[in-house]
Design a protein. Structure first.
Length: 611
């Protein structure tokens, strides 16, 4: 209200007062800016009013200041006008505190790097208004905003990738899990039809499974005994003895020299109730090692049966049932991680009958035997054509881990076990997750449709590729993770869903008949290991038939050979030992027993976990 405008300024003031709508304000602001740009001074000396380019600050007598004197005696704060009587508008500023943009004697206000704006106009174009103004001035420059922008730009990481945010989805287990009865009915119908044409292959493979079970009985029984002994020893070690508060009448006569006359009780803590969930890789690369893998798995199942440990065995497959189904319990939400088209085939369960269990073992053995490299087909029968839904496919391991975040808590709740042991048996890395659900606007229909953004994105910046960071949130535990390795970090999320769970990985790294593990595989798994360390581990693995390494996400991670080294040993003493001496027989028997136990890697490690 106390500001006095010049005649030229009053024109704009009156126009501003007449604006009524937002559009009128914006239009007038653009017009004013354009007018100021057209009438900008051609000289940089904005504050000297001599050439009419700006308003010269009046001296105390009211006359315009002489060139070179404005910064000496008459400086005012930038943007502040002098009063009508010529006194300073802000007498709190000394000469040394002249505002930025003033042209003083020392010239500090017009440094070269601050005088030129990014659009080719002068930064230092702020002018004084008022009734004494004689110049048009120039367009205003937001100097503070420009300085802020420069500061932000200097702090910005110009090589940083994008961030992709995802959320663990809620999956519908009924759509993912194919139960044992459905699988048996489907597979048996197919193989029974094949048997009617030729029963030789059926009979031979059935005999092989029954022989494997018979030969493994003694070894499994021994492992059960070892398991019970370890449990008993652990209970005894944790036993606690305490007084009951009741007098022991048999000690009462010793009261004169014995202070401890009370009965005592020994308390044995109950053993932890364990359960097992096994996840089997049903991908094409498993074909050469399928027989050995099944023999290992069958021994573990027979052990769980003998010790009454609840168990479930699932195989992940991306070929079962085609691709027309929804794995989500509800419609997707933007931000949910999209899963591949996959199923979990529930091959075995502790709820199966023994007859159903043997039938499933036989079906899987018939399927696996067709990949046997050294087999006399004429003698053992030619393989049957396999059911389409049992075919080996890809490796949706990451998708399976996400599904397990709902499945394992359900298993624990249904069985009432105290501790779950989850075993992943694979022979390679997981296939990539499809991405994250998002909405895409269709301009033709004016509707939003679901789309999937990839979970990995590489952009080319400053001569190199930059990988986006992936941030995943688990809404159940309300925790957010920055993903560095998708499989390992998903396993960590799984462990957080089920506290106290053991997660063990078995990686079948060997190939061919011998199943030897190539050192390049260890170089891949152990990125920072030196060559001598790698060679030492290769030597250990070939001798002991396994190698335990530290792998983020797993509690224990074992590298196993493939081929014949993966098969279980059931050999008996050789007939050549008939008549041999006691020492030789003892040595042969010990070697045979160790071979039987050492060859059952899954069973060995599982007993160590649950004992």
């Amino acid at each position: 209200a106390n500001i006095v405008f010049s005649d030229e300024e009053k024109v704009w003031v009156d126009r501003v007062a007449k604006t009524e709508t937002e559009d009128e304000v914006l239009d007038l602001a653009e017009e004013l800016y354009a007018w100021m740009a057209e009438n900008e001074s051609e000289t940089d000396n904005h504050d000297s009013g001599e050439d009419g380019s700006g308003m010269g600050m009046p001296d105390p007598s009211g006359e315009p200041g002489e060139p070179g004197e404005s910064g000496e005696d008459n400086d005012t704060e930038n943007g502040e006008s002098s009063d009508a009587d010529g006194s300073d508008a802000d007498d709190g500023n000394s000469d040394g505190e002249a505002a930025e943009g003033k042209s003083g004697e020392d010239g500090e206000g017009n440094s070269e790097d601050e005088s030129v704006s990014g659009d080719g106009t002068s930064e230092n174009t702020s002018v004084e208004g008022g009734k004494n103004s004689t110049g048009k001035g120039g367009p205003p420059v937001a100097e503070t905003d420009k300085a802020t922008g420069k500061g932000m730009d200097s702090l910005r990481d110009k090589e940083a990738g994008d961030r992709i945010y995802g959320r663990i989805p809620k999956v519908d287990l009924k759509n993912i899990v194919v139960d044992t009865k459905t699988l048996l009915e489907e597979f048996e119908t197919h193989y029974f039809a094949e048997k009617e044409l030729n029963s030789l292959y059926w009979d031979k493979t059935r005999e092989e499974v029954e022989t494997l079970k018979s030969d493994s009985k003694k070894t499994v029984a021994y492992m059960v005994k070892e398991f019970e002994m370890k449990k008993a020893a652990d209970q005894y070690a944790r036993a606690a003895t305490s007084k009951t508060g009741t007098l022991d009448m048999s000690k009462l006569h010793t009261y004169k020299y014995n202070e401890d006359l009370f009965k005592k009780v020994t308390t044995l803590p109950g053993a932890t109730n364990h359960g097992m969930v096994m996840v089997l890789d049903w991908s094409g690369s498993m074909c050469d090692n399928l027989i050995g893998t099944l023999s290992q798995m069958y021994n573990l199942i027979w052990f769980c049966r003998r010790t009454k440990i609840p168990f479930e065995v699932f195989a992940f497959s991306d070929l079962y049932g085609g691709r027309s189904y929804n794995v989500y319990s509800n419609e997707f939400k933007a931000g949910d991680i999209a899963l591949s088209n996959f199923h979990l085939l529930n091959f075995f369960s502790s709820n199966m009958t023994l007859v159903e269990e043997m039938n499933m073992m036989h079906i899987l053995w018939m399927y696996a035997a067709q990949y046997a490299e050294y087999r006399d087909w004429a003698e053992n029968g030619y393989p049957y054509s396999a059911p389409r839904n049992i075919s080996l496919g890809g490796t949706p391991l990451n998708d399976t881990i996400i599904a397990m975040m709902d499945l394992i808590p359900k298993f624990k709740n249904d069985t009432g076990v105290q501790k779950v042991n989850t075993i992943f048996l694979t022979d390679g890395a997981s296939s990539r997750l499809p991405g994250v659900f998002d909405y895409n606007f269709d301009s033709h229909t004016n509707e939003h449709h679901e789309t999937v953004k990839p979970t990995t994105h590489n952009s080319y910046q400053n001569g190199r590729y930059v990988t986006s960071k992936i941030i995943v949130t688990d809404p159940v535990v309300n925790k957010t993770y920055e993903v560095t390795n998708m499989t390992n970090d998903l396993l960590r999320m799984l462990k957080n869903r089920v506290p106290g769970m053991n997660v063990v990985g078995f990686f079948i790294a060997g190939s061919g008949k011998s199943g030897r593990v190539d050192k390049r595989t260890l170089y891949y798994l152990l990125e920072h290991a030196t060559r001598p360390e790698i060679m030492e581990k290769v030597k250990f693995l070939n001798k002991n038939k396994y190698l335990a390494i530290s792998q983020l996400g797993y509690d224990e991670y074992y590298i196993l050979p493939g081929g014949n080294a993966l098969k279980t040993e059931n050999e008996t003493l050789d007939d050549e030992l008939i008549g041999a001496g006691k020492a030789k027989l003892k040595s042969a028997f010990t070697k045979m027993s160790k071979g039987k136990l050492a060859s059952r890697q899954l069973l060995n490690k599982f007993v160590g976990m649950v004992a």
